[in-house]
Ligand binder design. Structure first.
Ligand SMILES: Nc1ncnc2c1ncn2[C@@H]1O[C@H](COP(=O)(O)OP(=O)(O)OP(=O)(O)O)[C@@H](O)[C@H]1O
Ligand SMILES: [Mg+2]
Length: 579
């Protein structure tokens, strides 16, 4: 073993830089955070060659005192905290006092700054750790930080950098995160001399539209919730708006972009019910937590946090987002366009285009719904607007319902919509108690595998709670004596097989508790009205009204949309009317 000695300061800073300044995008993030901490209202960024050649950030924040400039470059020197209590309560984005020292150790760094009221600015530079003397400079109030030739003195490190395009894209992402976090602050970005982004101070939905696209911003639902120690707000994409990856997931904890497993899991659970498992939701969410209850000093780049009470946070986020996603169909449309109000009347004749294929399975369901509708004449209609989904006109090829509402044409995927309605009905019934059961006048015998017979014998009670009464009638035969009332008249053996398979795979109690929603979703899918079943206008209207009242009625259990609006303006455009 060699002699133990203190490392020279430059080397210490270079080691720190290895953690904090991994690439140009991390340097950019640190500079932008410093600007925000300084209270900047306007920040502009210039990047040259993906930020490797140059990153310049100009802000109009508080500025740095002349005498503090050398300190800004020193390691562990910060104006943001002074004590352990401050650290535990840190509300600023920076607090470690190492970002500028790290950058100065691996690049050519210069800082010019002028505090309001000073006669001129001062400039200091640092090249590979060598700090220059202070000199006067010309600058409006605020701070300009220039970082050139990142990693010029550590060639091994520089080799790890990717192409200009890749590093540039990462800088762009760093810019996006910071700009999303503060919609009230103006930002601008230039890449190789060309202005690529200009963001005035605006609301968070406009900011999201500018950075993440109009579609997301238009369709996203508003999330808002508050508990004793936390507040959640922001935008969450509706279930129909899904992504193949996680690129549209922005979580800010106390204003800082972080990746957090607890919150990510809560969000996945909140969407599990409305989205296919290999798709990903999009969101921009702001979680505010008492700083004393969250530790941000977990990682040198502060990209992770630790919550004092992570299960409370999980529950809070899950419930708040679920509630926002569950809002039943109201005015908002999956694809909405200009909605002038047009006179609206229910259509009373049946224009059937479908291929009739009787399936009495659904008759009971629809009959009940129709009766209900006739008893309560549509109150909304009297108000002139008409119901959100309007009134049915016809059925198209036994698959889609065409309806007319105030905005224009509504197209409904009948199977998807019915599946969601049945599913929510099952969940509600099972939440209330067990599913109501309907005894069969003539029990249905069914051939079964030995495993199915065994599972049915083992799971009598769980099956009862779902509304089944099943008994073994031989080594390879079961007899069904009662079925879930909500699903009566179905292909009972097929439904039972699906349920037994689920119970065999996961255990009956797990299937009912942890996998309850998957189980009910399987049942709903069996039960939902198949394509090619012809519906009367009354049945179609009944389905539309049920959709409006059903939580999450806008998407099926797999996250596909259940309906689609084509506004009159879209149709007019299609026919080039009014040109
Ligand atoms: N744009 C700026 N405007 C005003 N002051 C700044 C600016 N950038 C840096 N400073 C000052 O320089 C100090 C050092 O900045 P640096 O980023 O190195 O550390 P920090 O922000 O305190 O902590 P961290 O290492 O966690 O970012 C800051 O505490 C702040 O006082
Ligand atoms: Mg900082």
């Amino acid at each position: 073993m060699g002699v133990i000695r203190n490392l020279p300061e430059l080397l210490v800073n270079q080691i720190a830089a290895g953690e904090v300044i991994e690439r140009p995008a991390s340097a950019l993030k640190e500079l932008l955070e410093n600007s925000l901490d300084a209270g900047a209202q306007s920040v502009s960024v210039d990047l040259v060659e993906g930020g490797v050649r140059r990153i310049r950030v100009v802000d109009d924040g508080s500025g740095i005192e002349r005498d503090d400039l050398p300190l800004a470059l020193a390691r562990f020197a910060t104006s943001k905290i002074a004590t352990l209590e401050d650290l535990e309560r840190a509300a600023s984005l920076g607090f470690r006092g190492e970002a500028l020292a790290s950058i100065g150790a691996v690049a050519r760094l210069s800082i010019s700054s002028r505090r309001a009221g000073e006669r001129h600015a001062w400039r200091i530079a640092c090249e590979a750790g060598n700090v220059s003397a202070l000199e006067p400079a010309a600058l409006a109030a605020g701070t300009t930080v220039d970082v050139e030739d990142l990693y010029f003195n550590t060639p091994a490190r520089r080799k790890f950098l990717k192409s200009e395009a890749t590093e540039g894209a990462r800088c762009d992402e760093a810019y996006t995160r910071i700009a999303l976090s503060r919609p009230g602050v103006a930002f601008a970005l230039s890449v190789n001399g060309r202005r690529t982004s200009h963001l005035p101070p605006e609301g968070s939905r406009q900011r999201a539209a500018a950075l993440l696209g109009e579609e997301f911003a238009r369709d996203a639902v508003e999330v808002r919730g508050e508990s004793t120690h936390a507040r959640l707000s922001g935008l969450a994409a509706p279930p129909g708006f899904t992504r193949p990856n996680r690129d549209l997931q922005y979580l800010f904890v106390n204003g800082r972009f972080v990746r957090d497993k607890v919150v990510a899991h809560a969000l996945r659970e909140a969407y599990a019910d409305v989205m296919h498992h290999d798709r990903h939701p999009g969101y921009v969410l702001f979680l505010e937590v008492d700083p004393a209850l969250v530790d941000v000093n977990v990682h040198p780049t502060k990209s992770e946090v630790r919550f004092r009470d992570s299960s409370a946070i999980h529950q809070f986020v899950f419930h708040t987002v679920s509630r926002a996603l569950a809002a039943p169909i109201r005015g908002q449309t999956p694809v909405s366009h200009g909605a002038e109000n047009r006179g609206l009347t229910p259509v009373s004749h049946q224009a059937e285009l479908g291929v009739a294929q009787p399936a009495q399975a659904y008759e009971a369901f629809f009959a009940a719904a129709v009766v209900q509708r006739e008893r309560e004449p549509m109150a909304a209609q009297a108000a002139g607007e008409g119901p959100t989904l309007g009134f049915a006109l016809a059925q198209l090829h036994g698959v889609y319902i065409l309806a007319q509402n105030a905005a224009g044409l509504v197209i409904v995927d009948m199977h998807a919509a019915h599946e969601r309605i049945v599913y929510e009905g099952l969940k509600e019934a099972l939440d209330a108690a067990a599913l109501p059961s309907q005894p069969l006048l003539v029990p249905i015998p069914m051939t079964a595998t030995a495993e199915e017979v065994e599972e049915a014998g083992r799971s009598v009670e769980p099956l009862e709670s779902l509304g089944f009464d099943v008994a073994a009638a031989g080594p390879r035969e079961l007899v069904i004596r009662a079925v879930p009332a909500l699903l009566a008249d179905l292909d009972a053996p097929g439904l039972l097989r699906g349920v037994l398979a689920e119970m065999r795979e996961f255990g009956a109690s797990r299937a009912l508790v942890e996998r309850r929603n998957e189980l009910l979703s399987t049942m709903a899918c069996h039960a939902a009205v198949r394509a090619n079943r012809s519906l009367t206008v009354a049945e179609m209207n009944a389905l539309l009204r049920q959709m409006e009242q059903t939580e999450r009625g806008g998407s099926c259990n797999h996250g596909r949309p259940t309906w689609f609006q084509m506004g009159m303006t879209d149709l007019d455009r299609l026919f080039m009317r009014g040109r």
